[in-house]
Design a protein around this ligand. Structure first.
Ligand SMILES: NC(=O)c1ccc[n+]([C@@H]2O[C@H](COP(=O)([O-])OP(=O)(O)OC[C@H]3O[C@@H](n4cnc5c(N)ncnc54)[C@H](OP(=O)(O)O)[C@@H]3O)[C@@H](O)[C@H]2O)c1
Length: 252
């Protein structure tokens, strides 16, 4: 009997990562949930196991290269890596943005993705049929006022995906980039505005049905479960009410 394929999901403690872990588990993968908040990924792993699927939890900060390398030693062969850990800090203009925020966003979104991808690439290759997903954003494709350091970091992730795809062509590993627009997750905007829930709520005010974490997880799961020779290079997914980063229809 063939072994159950393994999928590693970073940032699986909330939002898109948690939803993706649930959906990949339901699609037949043994999911390995990682994030810094151990209690949350352990609770989610228990929920997935109780539902009759397979999950384990491993506390990991993707910016800690030593810890990432240690984590990677557990995998000789790996089917899927979903680089989802990331996020935004602040919405200040370039003129006044805090360099520490820019640095942290670059560290988490770009270096975090680089760390985990480099560490697990041998196992993905060894599987003979590996898939790397990079969760960038429409912020990785065009800018908006106040996007600043987040836009810069997500452009970095986009370039990482494109460059890696060029460099590993001919190996049995594909690189899929999923770039969502506005997704209403429980923590993304609250983290961006440092706990200011009023400011966070304004992001979605009057928008008829922003995307949900499940919508993006569904997109990721679809892309990952295409036949091996089919590479969804870049998938942009937005809510119907959003035509671009700056053109959003609001009813109020
Ligand atoms: N929401 C949106 O509108 C939207 C749109 C486009 C793209 N995205 C991207 O989609 C991804 C998920 O976003 P989301 O909306 O689901 O946000 P979220 O709910 O805030 O989730 C972010 C996840 O990243 C993890 N994380 C953050 N820093 C980490 C680190 N240093 N090491 C390991 N894990 C870390 C967090 O877990 P811990 O805190 O437990 O470590 C959390 O699980 C992000 O890359 C985000 O930029 C979001």
């Amino acid at each position: 009997m063939a072994a159950t394929p393994i999928a590693v999901v970073t940032g699986a403690s909330s939002g898109i990562g948690a939803a993706t872990a649930r959906q990949l588990a339901a699609a037949g993968y043994r999911v390995v949930l990682t994030a810094r908040r151990k209690d949350r990924i352990e609770a989610l792993a228990a929920e997935i196991n109780e539902a009759g699927h397979q999950a384990t939890a491993y506390a990991l900060d993707v910016t800690d290269r030593t810890a990432v390398d240690e984590f990677a030693t557990a995998f000789r062969s790996l089917a899927v890596l979903v680089n989802n850990a990331g996020g935004a800090l602040g919405a200040d203009p370039v003129a006044t943005g805090d360099p520490a925020d820019w640095r942290q966003m670059y560290e988490t979104n770009v270096i975090g993705t680089l760390n985990v991808t480099q560490a697990l690439l041998p196992a993905l290759t060894e599987s003979g049929d590996g898939t790397i997903v990079i969760l960038s954003s429409t912020a990785g494709l065009s800018t908006y006022e106040g996007g600043g350091g987040y836009v810069a970091a997500k452009h970095g992730e986009h370039v990482l995906a494109e460059t890696l795809r060029l460099e590993i062509v001919g190996t049995p590993v594909r690189v899929i980039e999923v770039a969502p627009g506005m997704v209403r997750t429980e923590e993304f905007a609250t983290t961006r505005f440092r706990g200011d829930t009023e400011k966070a709520a304004k992001v979605y005010a009057g928008v008829d049905a922003p995307l949900t974490a499940d919508d993006v997880a569904d997109t990721i799961t679809w892309a990952v479960t295409r036949p091996s020779h089919v590479n969804i290079d870049l998938l942009v997914v937005r809510p119907r009410a959003q035509a671009s980063n700056t053109k959003v229809h609001r009813t109020a």
